[in-house]
Design a protein around this ligand. Structure first.
Ligand SMILES: Nc1nc2c(ncn2[C@@H]2O[C@H](COP(=O)(O)OP(=O)(O)OP(=O)(O)O)[C@@H](O)[C@H]2O)c(=O)[nH]1
Ligand SMILES: [Mg+2]
Length: 524
């Protein structure tokens, strides 16, 4: 153990900083220091607070139930998706089960960055755990130079973690990182409950939220990719757990492929993965066709991207009245939703809402969702939504740009222009907003909830997506009815008259049509 080897409580608000760190000693364990049994709100998580404040999780604006809300009701009624089973036939089979809350203790290693960053990471882990359906009992952070090679947190701290687990009655530990299979195994041996990492947790949320067949296939592929190197470790842990558990369910983070008969299963999982890749490719083909049709019609496309829970779906709703699912949960949206919309000047465009990003988005997911992400990155404009009420909005911006850059790197496509939209200004701290205004001069500040700034956003959108149209006058011979039909369909006629030689028409038309009309251009 190093001398920076300390455990602090991530949620008591004063467990950070050099001052606090200085008086924490090895015997002064986190749970002794602040009383793990207290449930007076000190461990209240963001989602619980939101629930208390609004009564429920939906955007409570008081309007009629929208499609999204109905979808939300469905989701509440749905049981969670199970993937874990000892029978390999169940690997991608969707089964529903009774929603069961795990009682979890979070643990993180704080290696670099500020205390605020470490705290934000743990708060986010808590929100992820709650989104997955867990009850968060305790959050512990250890300050270390680097994670312990054997047990992630130092071995002494692992023993303390065991005590916290016993004292709180937790049945799961969630580690804030991606642990090696050996680390997961070693830590489980010490704490004697199931240990899962951040990656498995995010995969679990995706598995619960996937609704389309493409989304389900993408998540299943990512889960299998994650499980492959971990089959043995998980096998041991699961057989130990199985006795005490009802059914075959391993709980949060384990709803993935099963792991008995490991060697044959490995081969069969590989086959399943190959099949899933083929299926995803086919489904992408179908979407590509639609996209090509759209491109041919020259309707500009705008894609909404941003950190998870930033308010992307809310923004789509307020710009188009789409009524898509809005939820104070991470990764509420997985499947892209495209809606027609109109600029102020009457031009049409399409607006796409899609999966949110998060710090350390599992690489398996970026890989599996590549086809979805590529579609987003070839939009004419990216509307990058930032949660202005987040404690560290600039960190969100960075994380989102990293994912986009990563996707673009592999496609060699140029990055679409980006319009930053700072959302939730109704809930944001005024000081933070002032700083953001100075820091992000081109950004538009809005509240999807109150509608503030939305009119300005509409204007900025129309300006940002340049009109591909050309204004011209042409004398179209009567024999070219086809050209007149295209002008009617794709352009806007500003004036026309019937002349002996043909139709004299003044119109705004897309560039491609303008060149087709070139020989009939008229200077008058
Ligand atoms: N106060 C406030 N809350 C907002 C605003 N916009 C959205 N929210 C809330 O933020 C939460 C997330 O909104 P969503 O629109 O689902 O966010 P998202 O970016 O689509 O989230 P994911 O799909 O989960 O990545 C919901 O509880 C919304 O009600 C806003 O302008 N102000
Ligand atoms: Mg959404």
């Amino acid at each position: 153990m190093t001398n920076t080897d300390e455990v602090t409580n991530a949620f008591d608000g004063d467990g950070y900083g050099p001052d606090d760190a200085a008086h924490e000693t090895d015997t002064d364990t986190a749970h002794e220091a602040d009383g793990v049994h207290d449930t007076d709100g000190a461990h209240e998580t963001p989602r619980a607070r939101e629930r208390a404040a609004h009564g429920h999780d939906t955007d409570s604006t008081g309007h009629d139930p929208s499609v999204g809300e109905m979808q939300l009701d469905d989701r509440a009624a749905l049981r969670r998706v199970r993937g874990l089973s000892t029978e390999l036939t169940d690997v991608t089979e969707v089964e529903y089960r009774q929603l069961r809350l795990e009682r979890v203790v979070l643990v993180g290693v704080w290696t670099s960055g500020t205390a605020a960053q470490a705290e934000a990471s743990m708060t986010e882990l808590a929100a992820l755990a709650e989104t997955a359906g867990s009850e968060v009992l305790e959050g512990l952070v250890q300050r270390r130079d680097k994670p312990d090679a054997a047990t992630y947190i130092g071995s002494g701290k692992a023993n303390e973690l065991r005590e916290v687990v016993l004292a709180t009655g937790a049945d799961t530990v969630i580690a804030d990182g991606e642990l090696t299979p050996a680390q997961l195994n070693a830590l489980e041996k010490v704490v004697k409950v199931k240990v899962i990492d951040r990656t498995a947790l995010i995969l679990d949320i995706f598995a619960q939220h996937a609704t389309s067949s493409e989304g389900k296939a993408q998540v299943a592929l990512a889960q299998m990719q994650y499980m492959m190197p971990r089959l043995r470790g998980w096998g041991e842990s699961m057989s130990r757990q199985a006795g005490g558990r009802a059914g075959k369910d391993g709980g949060v983070g384990t709803r993935g492929p099963g792991e008995t008969k490991i060697e044959t299963d490995r081969r069969r999982i590989r086959e399943r993965m190959a099949k899933l890749r083929r299926e995803i490719k086919e489904m992408k083909g179908a979407r590509d066709t639609k996209r090509t049709q759209r491109l041919r019609s020259e309707v500009p496309s705008v894609a909404i991207v941003g950190y998870t829970n930033a308010g992307k779906s809310s923004l789509l709703n307020s710009l188009t009245g789409a009524g898509v699912l809005v939820e104070n949960a991470l990764f509420a949206t997985l499947d892209p939703t495209t809606r027609k919309a109109e600029f102020e000047d009457g031009r049409q465009y399409v607006l796409t809402d899609t999966v949110g990003f998060v710090r350390h988005l599992p690489t398996q997911l970026v890989e599996a969702f590549r086809s979805t992400l590529e579609e987003v990155t070839d939009a004419d404009l990216l509307v990058h939504v930032v949660d202005g009420s987040d404690p560290l909005p600039t960190e969100q911006i960075k994380a989102v740009r990293e994912v986009i850059t990563g996707v673009l790197r592999e496609t060699d496509a140029p990055a679409p222009p980006e319009l930053l939209v700072v959302n939730k200004i109704d809930a944001a701290d005024p000081v933070t907003l002032t700083q953001l205004r100075a820091l992000l001069p081109g950004a538009v500040f809005v509240s999807a909830r109150t509608g503030e700034g939305i009119a300005e956003l509409r204007e900025t959108l129309a300006e940002s997506v340049k009109s591909p149209e050309v204004e011209l006058t042409a004398l179209v011979p009567y024999t070219r009815g086809d050209l007149m039909a295209r002008i009617h369909a794709d352009g806007r006629i500003l004036g026309s008259s019937h002349e002996p030689e043909g139709t004299l028409v003044r119109a705004r038309v897309p560039e491609a049509l303008a060149s087709a009309l070139q020989e009939y251009r008229h200077s008058a």
